[in-house]
Write a protein that binds this ligand. Structure first.
Ligand SMILES: [Cu+2]
Length: 168
């Protein structure tokens, strides 16, 4: 009996807590996440994996986060050693069979004008809008401020837009 209980406890630990996912038409949305924001921060990032399991290309064209004033789709790239962010007015294309990862230092969502901070451990509600797959409700898992494989693009700890060149 004791070993059975132990096995059950281990099974609970092994199941990944962060593996939430959503589906809109033929688009799979894996683990939307964000990072905790310091007090007074105006912006938060949004990250996830988008997989097109269909036969037609689709496009992430917008969305919303009720606790932020604005929802933007951005791309981050290095230009002569300087990190630059660019808004993508046409969104992000996801070709058939393609996996597109939104992550720090690359494609990402930006939530501007936060009405309340993103707190670690919370889930932030929002929607994503695809050209063909339509609108789907998602929740972003808010992870620690430093949660990232790479730190070169940290909206949170830079105190807003300072140090970033934004072309809108
Ligand atoms: Cu950005």
């Amino acid at each position: 009996m004791k070993s059975l209980l132990l096995a059950a406890a281990f099974a609970l630990v092994i199941v990944p807590a962060s593996g939430h996912e959503y589906k809109a038409g033929s688009i799979e949305i894996k683990h939307p996440w964000s990072r905790a924001t310091p007090k007074g921060s105006e912006v938060a990032g949004g990250y996830m994996k988008l997989i097109n399991t269909g036969k037609e290309p689709d496009r992430l064209i917008g969305g919303s986060v009720p606790i932020a004033g604005k929802f933007e789709i951005h791309e981050m790239s290095m230009d002569g050693g300087v990190a630059k962010m660019r808004m993508l007015p046409k969104g992000i294309e996801i070709k058939p069979g393609q996996t597109v990862e939104l992550k720090p230092g690359s494609y990402h969502l930006m939530f501007v004008g936060l009405k309340e901070p993103f707190e670690k451990g919370k889930r932030v509600k929002g929607t994503l809008q695809f050209e063909k797959a339509g609108t789907v409700e998602v929740e972003y898992a808010v992870e620690a401020v430093g949660a990232s494989p790479k730190m070169e693009h940290d909206h949170g700890s830079m105190g807003g837009m300072d140090g970033m060149e934004h072309k809108h």
